[in-house]
Design a protein around this ligand. Sequence first.
Ligand code: ZN
Ligand code: ZN
Length: 431
Amino acid sequence: MKRITWTIVAFCLLLAKPVAGQEAKPNSTLINNVQIFDGRNVIASSGAVRIEDDRIAQVSSTQLEPLLGEMVIDGKGRFLMPGLIDAHVHVSWAFPFSKADQANESYVTAGAVANASAMLKRGFTTVRDTAGTDYGLAMAIDDGVVQGPRIIFTGRSISQTGGHADHRKINEKPSNSLIHGFGSTIADGEAEVIKAAREELRRGAYFIKIHAGGGVSSPTDPLHSVQYSFEEMQAAVQTAADRGTYVAAHAYTPESISRALNAGVKTIEHGNMIDKKTAELAARKGAFVVPNLITYWAMDKAPGMPPYIKAKNKTALDAMTDALKLLKEAGVKIAFGTDLIANMHPLQNQEFLLRTQAFTPLEILRQATSVNASLIALSGRNNPYGKLGVIEAGAVADIILIDGNPLENMTLMSKPETAFSLIMKDGKIVK
Ligand code: ZN
Ligand code: ZN
């Protein structure tokens, strides 16, 4: 009996004290006593995560003993999960489109810097920028010049004349080839599409984005329009594949989505008006669809929108509920994206709440972590950052701690300023 008591005492002492002789690395942090969601499932109710430099070094389903000299954070039973990933953002579109004509580059950059910092504070440690942002801002963040999520950017998106990224009004001049517009290039014919794609890849783009059909915010293309011929799309896909990466396509309708999928496009952005047959095609092709609910919801409520935007937005918004159901039933890989612009960016985390109409909390958290990470991994060797969106040894140390369990209360995800008690990116605490 006595012996057992002493064993318990000795064990408790061991728990309380750092392990003698085992010194921690200089930048070693232990987060103890946390519920762990690893990006796929809850794997511990009171576990621990050890971080060394910018990587996760150890994940344990039980609490761990601190090493000598290690920084220890008592998680107090909080919910630990991977840093969030948003697969469809426009970091550099921090101002209203009406200002784009007058704004110079420093104005745009100042807005983008503020926007990036705010996204990080909302728990997003990685974002995929689907037009507008280039290597300059991504590099400034990587180098620690400014704070923000790491940005997986496409640079300028590629659009046909009169397509979704052709922002000219009906009375403006005809286009010369390869006009560089507002975060986009206008390119027609295979040769121009190839040149535009190569140009973005030269400028460090992680992937190529094309516009395969009509969009909400553009003045001259109806939503039902299909944009780019099959051959033009294939030319973009081949150019991207030669560089070891893929093509993303903005598309709403079954016609534009199926043409893009058959040409080899790997991610469909939006997909609002998809039908059963096309959803099944997306599943068969193993493609991702990136819906964004919050942007249509916000645009619907935004004051002062031109009537043509308002009408197109309503069509896209109304179709969304059915689309999500069809995508889910077909077993399509559904990513998490928001697509907000201008002063709507602060609504980013409301996407979590809107998704509860179609998905379980577990599905939503997976979408914003491990599913989005596998989408980003489509960039292959072009992505230098390592394993993202999961809590496991060797992965990048992007971690958030939440006061409460979002699997039981999704509202927590929509209130990062109060509910997220810790945000860590690359092993560094940023909040
Ligand atoms: Zn779009
Ligand atoms: Zn977008």
